[in-house]
Design a protein around this ligand. Structure first.
Ligand code: HSE
Length: 416
């Protein structure tokens, strides 16, 4: 019998307890041992919970109990979760988590601590919810040199963008719908500002390129400035707008970025809608491989946590022990050096004159025209590939023109 303890009885934590109970028979067959939740730690009271008798507010009841060998940390954040994770390793207990913030922030230290303590630190559920991606990337694709990862890693924002595209909603109304459906948090900042996606691409990149990629060095933009008018432009371009996380190995450095991007309808990520996530990985032996599924939610995420628990039970004493090398320099390429094409929308009252001005500043561009009265006073175009530094210099020149009444939006165009 393997006893586990769950720290944090929130959405994912209670889901873990539910999955362990619900699939008790099949889990013990797969693990080769019976697995039971012996204790749950939470500072809140849950008098009506079916698990009430397991819940304690005293961490000592868990950490001093030698019969508990695996800790599931679903507290979230980098405060108590960090302290408890270290304490678990010091006590020789394995830790499984869904906590992307903790892994992205303290991954190198915690992985090393786990290794030195002869235990495992697994976090399949930290990226992509129920989608298997951490283990495939670190084990199944281990023979490849990974050259790039591109993905939709946040269900809430993908739902919002899908609503804006399909229902013609504006951002605020689509966000409200996400909240009403229980997808977005009451405070949805981490989702809509791209922070959640940023931590996830940092974790995937650290695994793929075998060195720690610090999320603080990744340029991150959210979706709050995307309008339903931008969506209409994307439509006539035969494209869609998605919140895209991308990372690439460029010589001995890593390029990584999180931002909204216009992608062709033929791109493998274009039809990933609602709360679904997808991750496209390119390796030098396998070529392209794509992972798709529910990237959030109680039971999908809990299923990934419990799979890690089963993995530990099956491989006790035989560690899944990766370490992330932490470079003593910034290994992420500065965003100003990165190259892409850009969709630019500017307000103007003089279409003809401004076109020549745009061509003189940007060189060859592709103008995009929407033949509707509400778009009469603006001009939109897609640039050739250029660096961010170059683009911002050109946009500054454009803003100075008398014929331009302001820049409405600039969105990156992903792909060739
Ligand atoms: N808020 C996240 C999402 C949950 O919407 O994808 C999973 O990390």
């Amino acid at each position: 019998m393997i006893n586990i303890a769950v720290l944090g009885y929130g959405v994912v934590g209670s889901g873990v307890v539910e999955v362990v109970k619900k699939n008790e028979m099949s889990i013990s067959k797969k693990a080769g041992e019976k697995i039971a939740v012996k204790r749950i730690l939470d500072i809140r009271d849950f008098p009506d919970s079916p698990d009430a008798e397991l819940i304690t507010k005293n961490p000592d009841e868990i950490f001093n109990d030698d019969s508990i060998s695996i800790i599931v940390e679903t507290i979230g954040g980098i405060g108590a979760a960090y302290e408890f994770t270290k304490r678990a390793f010091q006590k020789g207990k394995h830790v499984v988590t869904s906590n992307k913030e903790l892994v992205a922030t303290y991954g190198p230290e915690l992985l090393k601590l786990a290794k030195d303590s002869g235990v495992n630190y697994l976090f399949e559920a930290s990226v992509g919810g129920g989608i298997p991606i951490i283990r495939p990337l670190s084990e199944c694709l281990a023979a490849n040199e990974i050259s790039s990862i591109i993905g939709i890693l946040n269900g809430t924002t993908n739902y919002i963008l899908t609503q804006m595209k399909k229902e013609g909603r504006d951002f605020a109304s689509a966000l409200k719908s996400a909240q009403q459906n229980g997808y977005a948090e009451a405070d949805p900042t981490a989702d809509i500002e791209g922070h959640d996606t940023c931590r996830k691409i940092a974790i995937l990149s650290s695994i793929a390129y075998n060195e720690f990629v610090d999320y603080k060095n990744i340029h991150t933009e959210g979706i709050t400035k995307i309008t339903k008018e931008d969506m209409q432009y994307a439509e006539v371009m035969g494209s869609v707008i998605k919140l895209i996380a991308v990372s690439r190995k460029v010589n001995d450095k890593i390029f990584a970025r999180v931002s909204p991007a216009i992608i062709s309808k033929f791109h493998p990520l274009a039809n990933v809608e609602d709360v679904f996530n997808a991750i496209l990985v390119s390796g030098n032996a396998i070529g392209d491989v794509m992972f798709y599924g529910r990237g959030a939610g109680k039971l999908p995420t809990a299923s990934a946590v419990v799979a890690d628990v089963i993995d530990i039970v099956k491989h006790t004493g035989n560690g899944r022990r990766n370490v992330w090398e932490k470079k003593d320099y910034n290994n992420v390429i500065d965003i100003s050096e990165s190259e892409t094409r850009y969709f630019v929308r500017a307000a103007t009252e003089n279409g003809k004159e401004v076109k020549n001005h745009i061509l003189s500043i940007f060189g060859n561009v592709e103008f995009i025209k929407l033949e509707r009265p509400e778009f009469e006073d603006e001009i939109a175009f897609v640039t050739m590939k250029s660096t961010e530094k170059d683009l911002s210099a050109k946009v500054s020149r454009l803003k100075e023109a008398d014929t331009i009444n302001g820049i409405k939006n600039i969105i990156r165009v992903e792909g060739e």
